[in-house]
Structure formats: C-alpha cells, structure tokens
Write a protein that binds this ligand. Sequence first.
Ligand SMILES: CC(=O)SCCNC(=O)CCNC(=O)[C@H](O)C(C)(C)COP(=O)(O)OP(=O)(O)OC[C@H]1O[C@@H](n2cnc3c(N)ncnc32)[C@H](O)[C@@H]1OP(=O)(O)O
Ligand SMILES: O=C([O-])CC(=O)C(=O)O
Length: 373
Amino acid sequence: MAKQLSGAGLRGQVAGKTALSTVGKSGSGLTYRGYDVKELADKCQFEEVAHLILKGKLPNQQELDDYKAKLRSLRGLPTALKEVLERIPKDAHPMDVLRTGCSMLGNLETEESFDQQQDATDRMLACFPSIICYWYRFTHDGVKVDVETDDDTIGAHFLHLLHGEKPRELHEQVMNVSLILYAEHEFNASTFTARVCASTLSDMHSCVTGAIGSLRGPLHGGANEAAMDMIEKFDSPEHAEKEMMGMLERKEKIMGFGHAVYSDSDPRNEIIKQWSEKLSKDVGDTVLYPVSVRCEEVMWREKKLFCNADFFHASAYNFMGIPTKLFTPIFVMSRLTGWAAHVMEQRADNRIIRPSAEYTGEELRPVPAISER
Ligand SMILES: CC(=O)SCCNC(=O)CCNC(=O)[C@H](O)C(C)(C)COP(=O)(O)OP(=O)(O)OC[C@H]1O[C@@H](n2cnc3c(N)ncnc32)[C@H](O)[C@@H]1OP(=O)(O)O
Ligand SMILES: O=C([O-])CC(=O)C(=O)O
C-alpha cells in the first residue's frame, strides 16, 4: 500500500524532475537509472554504480578499470588540508570534520567552471575517506597516515586507512554493498539541499558542504549513529523489548525506523540485514544482532514501523570494528555520488529554486521610537 503523502515538510509535492532514481514507486522499490538496487548490490562494485549515477551508464570492463585507476590516483591530500585537519580537536564530530574538509578542498582546488564538475566530484569521491581517516588517526592514534594506498576500491581504502591494514575480503564486500545502498535516493533532505544550492549557480564544493550539514542530523543520515547508541545499551533481546516499550510509551522517536516515502519497508533493509547477520556469525556475536532483530519485531508489532536503511547498518559497521562516530561519514562517502549527479542535473536545466511561504506574522504596523518600546 502506498504511503499517504501530504501535509507539512513539502511531503508528496513534486519539487522538480530527475532521471536518477525512483523511491517507493510501487510501495517499496528503489531504482538507480532504471536498475533495481537489489540487483546492483548483488552484481556490482560501488565504483560501477558511481559511474552509472554520475555518467549515465554502467561501465564496461575497460571503463571500470580506467575509472578505478583515476580514483586511486586522486587519494592524496594537499599539505594545507592536512594542516587544517590536524588542528580540529579530537572530540569534534567527524561529520563536522568532513564538512570543513570539503570546504577547505573547495578553497584549494576551486571548481572554476562547470566543465570541471566531473573532475571535482571524482576528486571528492577519492579523497573523502582520506580526509576522515587522516583526521581520525592523527587525533586518536597520534599518527600521520599515508593516505595514498593502492587498494582496489573506495571501501577497502577507507578500512585500510582506519585499521592500518588491508581489509578482509568479507569486509571489503560489505563496504561495497553499503556504499551502493546509500548512493542515491531522489529528493531526500540532503540532496534537496545540494540542488537548492546548485540552483543559485554555486560551485560543487558549496553544494556538497551544505548537503553534508543536512545529512548530519539524526532524522536523516545521523540515524545510523543514533541507532547504534541505542542498541549497544541493550544486553539481551528481552532488555531491548522492555526499553523499547518504555520509549514508545513516552512517545520518543526511535532512530533507524520509519521513512518519509516508503510505506511498509525500505528495500535496503533486507540487504544490509543479511550482511549484518553474516558478520554477526563471523565475529561470534550473540547479543547485538538478536537485539536488533527484536527491536525490529517490536516496532512492527507495536507501531507498524519498519527498519530504514540505517538500522542494520549500525550493527554491520560495529561488527567490522568501525567506531560509531564514523558511521555517518561513510554515508557521505557514498551519497556524494547522488548529490553530485543531482547538482549536474539541476545545472543542466536550471531555474533558481525559490518557493513561497504562507505568512503567519503581524499585520503592517509603524516602527515605534526607541524610547517607546
Ligand atoms: C537514510 C535515511 O535518512 S532514512 C531516515 C532516517 N531517520 C530516522 O531513522 C529517524 C527516525 N524516523 C523518523 O523520525 C521519521 O520516521 C522520518 C523522519 C524518517 C520520516 O518522518 P515523517 O515522514 O514525518 O514520518 P511519518 O509521517 O511516517 O510519521 C507517522 C507517525 O509515526 C511516528 N513515527 C515515525 N517514525 C517514528 C520513529 N522512528 N519512532 C517513533 N515514532 C515514529 C511519527 O511521530 C508520527 O506520529 P504522529 O502521527 O503521532 O505524529
Ligand atoms: O529519502 C529520504 O527521505 C531519506 C533516505 O532514505 C535517504 O536519503 O537515503
């Protein structure tokens, strides 16, 4: 059954056109340029999907090899950017670090004309994992990591920098799937932010910096981190059920559940849930995955609310040893493809986005003299 889309938050209103993705078109599906995300996650590498979203077609083998080689060559960070990262405190939120890193990159490698949009995007795709891990390892481990690894994929590059060793194949595979699942999602809040910015004919780094700010909040990308903060407090499924019932009674929002568009499921959930289960067995977990499953059961039974893409990402990332505060930056490393493709689409057929507001304030009145206020 399709969700009733109306009311506040521009819900259900068509705010523009896109050829990039469909969300919940038949209740629960997600497609990127006409391909089902489930099939893409099953058969492709993230770099193939990035090529599809950004350049309009799935690459052939030669195109994929060339694209990956290009991305590999762009992993290094300018000295001035490293210096800025070194000055950001350890207790900063990594999303703020990434926002600053993106903005600083825009100062050092400014997009001077829209002809450079693809190159500017590829540079960010290649070096966002470097930005986040360079800062994290410097501030947490006191090391200045060499960010120019020869890893085959963006997911492996990230894990390698984070853990200081090449990742296991299983972990590289999960990162690949995760990055595909997060890559694009029509007019969600952060993408809409990027498009509004693009509509003023601003530069790519400004559009992406703004989008990072929008993704950071717990009602959007920040939900994977918030979900982890919740589930790690539960030491058994029974404990989870008791606490969840209390939260529902107090009408608290439970992060990682519900969706603005999907009505009865988020197609990304069943995919990441399977990988979370596999990782749970791999690490011999007997708590976090069963706790997560119980949360899912309680929310559906009590509220008909389902897990969105974020919920099982929390346990999956945790099983791979990724610190919770880096969860949402991984979302950025992936969603950058969708944001940039939307910026390009907006630029190709632009009119400044400028809606109207219903005025609810005072009637026209005179300004009193300061002595009379
Ligand atoms: C990748 C992503 O960005 S996916 C989204 C990630 N965000 C989260 O997980 C945060 C938690 N979820 C939410 O806050 C919401 O479900 C949103 C923001 C995703 C969607 O918001 P909306 O479209 O306004 O939700 P919707 O209209 O379906 O809400 C219906 C009712 O369910 C409630 N509800 C929705 N989600 C939740 C939740 N996670 N926990 C508790 N109650 C909820 C709402 O409060 C609302 O109740 P009301 O009618 O009494 O006010
Ligand atoms: O579409 C939305 O509103 C949020 C979402 O799931 C996403 O951006 O992936």
